[in-house]
Design a protein around this ligand. Structure first.
Ligand code: DX5
Ligand code: ZN
Length: 216
């Protein structure tokens, strides 16, 4: 299966959100990655529910909502109602991950769990079968445009081994610092979905950049 691409709208021009979403609609993107930052879990604030709704109104691609927020349980339903197809919570923000995943599933969304760079994949041993997508942060979350952390390659491999050992169908997503140089190695290590923000939106031709990432 060819790799899936989830361009991060965080790197788009927020003053022209509609046309940026329309650009992604025309591209080979598989998802629109939506980064929600609360200024507490991460040292930055992005945008919230009304902006997610506005993106959804124009989107022809499913929204992959990455919640970088504390107490995500309080907002799962609101983000589902705002159009999220995938809702990804941070393991580090969930005291009761099993319950959070059950809630996401009961809302009819795909379940996602994101791990910070320092968090071991072994923390997912007892929940991997309940997770549709594990997102590995390959930068410290909070900002676009950072450098890819090299340790991610071996982490992808370890996560893949865990998934296979449990016979799970979980997909692996990699988020942060992805570009055409490192994408082939990320794919080779076992990733299924690539998030790319600045590399796509800062390029001269984002539609072509997405197409190039798709055929690595
Ligand atoms: C970082 C976000 C990422 C980010 C990716 O906190 O979760 O999704 O937007 O941006 P780039 O591709 O620029 O690293
Ligand atoms: Zn993200």
């Amino acid at each position: 299966m060819s790799i899936q691409i989830a361009p991060s709208i965080l790197a788009a021009d927020f003053a022209n959100l509609q046309s940026e979403v329309e650009l992604l609609n025309q591209s080979q993107a598989d998802y629109i990655h939506v980064d929600i930052m609360d200024g507490v879990f991460v040292p930055n604030i992005s945008f919230g529910i009304p902006v997610t709704e506005a993106i959804y109104r124009h989107a022809k691609k499913p929204l992959d909502v990455h919640l970088m927020i504390i107490n995500p349980d309080l907002y799962l339903e609101a983000f589902r109602n705002a159009g999220a197809s995938v809702i990804s919570v941070h393991l580090e923000a969930c005291a009761h991950l099993h319950r959070s995943l059950q809630t996401i599933r009961s809302l009819g969304a795909k379940t996602g769990v994101t791990l910070n760079p320092h968090t071991s994949v072994s923390g997912l041993e007892d929940s991997i079968e309940d997770i549709d997508i594990v997102c590995l942060m390959s930068v410290n979350p909070g900002f676009g445009g950072q450098k890819f952390i090299e340790n991610t390659y071996s982490k992808i491999t370890r996560l893949k081994e865990l998934i296979l050992s449990k016979n799970a169908k979980t997909l692996i997503e990699v988020d942060g610092g992805v570009n055409l140089e490192n994408a082939p190695r990320i794919k080779e290590a076992g990733a299924d979905i690539l998030v790319a923000g600045s590399f796509v939106f800062n390029s001269v031709d984002p539609i072509k950049t997405i197409a190039d990432l798709k055929v690595i």
